[in-house]
Design a protein around this ligand. Sequence first.
Ligand code: CA
Length: 326
Amino acid sequence: MSPGHEARDGVPTGTPMTAAFTDVGLLREANEDFLAEFERPSGHRLLVVADGMGGHQGGATASRLCVESVGEVFRRSSEAPDLLLREALEAANERVHHAAGADPELSGMGTTAVLLLLTPSDEAWVAHVGDSRAYLLRDGVLRRLTEDHTVVAAMIQRGVLDPAAAESHPRRNELVRCVGFRSETVPEVTRVEVLPGDRFLLCSDGLSGQVPEDEIRAILLREGPSDAASMLVEAANAAGGRDNATVMITAVPGGATTEVDRSAPKLDPQEPASDERTGPRAPGFAEDLSALQSEASKHQRRRRAAAVVAIVAALFAICVLWLTLQ
Ligand code: CA
């Protein structure tokens, strides 16, 4: 088993329902991911994964501050889940941004964050900023609940980039939203129905960027949460371990998640989910994309021109052949 731990120092560990694992990977010197699970006496539970960036010290500080800040809001707030999650991430943004401005060594730091809030009335709410993801495994189907806040994801959404080309795109790691980099951020919040047997996964891109979703699905189906958490991180290291990898898995009791046909279809074609997606785009988003769209349009025009030339050449060849045969 790869080296790892349930949480970095000073962070609450999960209940028996939840398993977590994080690892520095094979190439990085420090683990800048951070995770935690918080619980209220009311039975509300909150899982958080954050993936910091901004230099050796800044990244780790940003993810830790974000998770701590989110936990503080969760403990004291009595708002409805969607408002609570927004408030938590906005407060985290303010905390990280302020800390970055107060210390030159932390300047420019930021972090992603993905949050899963489970209520006693069997509701789940997912909130995120950045490219850390939430997944739901139900009836053998792995469904992505979040849409990455990256340049590449936005290009795919607008139909100017083929998903197959995204993995090698030079801007694939570029975020259009994160926590702490700017004075404000815009969380995206989604409500998800909970059914017995559901299994939720939160992860940093150290997992989702290295391990294919069909492999993630297979491990989640085959293993219990605890073994699955460590095996997913092992899979990320086996795929190169280029980044810190963090996973949190929580299982809803009941159901038959691990008993379905394991050769069933791999991924939900509807991904990502759109149950109750809210939240406007971040400032600068459209401007950035219009330039990319323009690049893509030029590329499409060149391809269309090449296709027209090929058709004309083919017609010419057919005419020559026809005349030759007369
Ligand atoms: Ca990362």
